[in-house]
Design a protein. Structure first.
Length: 210
């Protein structure tokens, strides 16, 4: 039998490989300290940046601000009165003159639904533009007629025959009210018919300057 050659021993100058096992234990705490220092540095930098750039909640209007707004509104009304412009306007209930769908047959006006989007928008536009109304020694009534066509996505606002002043005197008022009407989003407005014609009567008080 051949005997195996003896296992070569490590040269004296070469350290035993088992000596490296102890080196990991000495380096691991150093690496951990470096990682902790980096994380702490990031926190020190990030927290002030977040506090500086975070969205701030909108301030709630105080009671003093609300009082100031109310005072400004009263002041504007007083300015209108000093200029001889009527301070208010009275609106009648809305009347649906006609509603219709394509095809034969007519729907009685009392069966027509109310398109509240346009009724509310027209009411607001009339009330917000009192300063554009004609003035006189007696009260003035203006008949507003609004046509709506959902198929063509069109509206037409004009003055009706029941108006107590000439149409020439209502041109400025009609222009102001038309400009104040919002742009409709036709696809989101509830309605049952394609075309509508509605009417509202606006009565303006007499002006004190006459």
């Amino acid at each position: 039998m051949n005997s195996r050659p003896p296992f070569p021993s490590s040269p004296p100058s070469q350290p035993s490989p088992y000596r490296y096992l102890g080196r990991g234990g000495s380096e691991r705490p150093v690496r951990l300290q470096i990682i902790i220092a980096l994380v702490a540095g990031l926190i020190v930098v990030a927290v002030p940046l977040y506090l500086w750039r975070r969205p701030r909640p909108e301030s709630i209007p105080s009671a003093d601000a609300a009082t100031a707004d109310a005072g400004a509104y009263v002041f504007d009304a007083g300015a209108l009165a000093d200029a001889g412009v009527p301070e208010g306007v009275t609106l009648s209930p809305f009347t649906t003159i006609r509603c219709e769908n394509p095809g034969p047959g007519r729907t009685p006006p009392e069966r027509c639904d109310h398109v509240t989007f346009f009724e509310d928008a027209l009411s607001r536009a009339i009330r917000d533009n009192v300063q554009c109304a004609p003035t006189g020694p007696t009260s003035i009534t203006v008949s507003f007629v609004l046509d709506m066509d959902f198929r063509r996505k069109r509206t037409n606002l004009y003055v009706g025959k029941s108006t107590t002043v000439s149409r020439a005197k209502t041109k400025e008022l009609l222009r102001c009210v038309k400009r104040a009407m919002p742009t409709p989003d036709w696809g989101t407005i509830p309605h049952q018919y394609v075309k509508y014609k509605i009417n509202v009567m606006a009565t303006y008080p007499a002006s004190e300057s006459f």
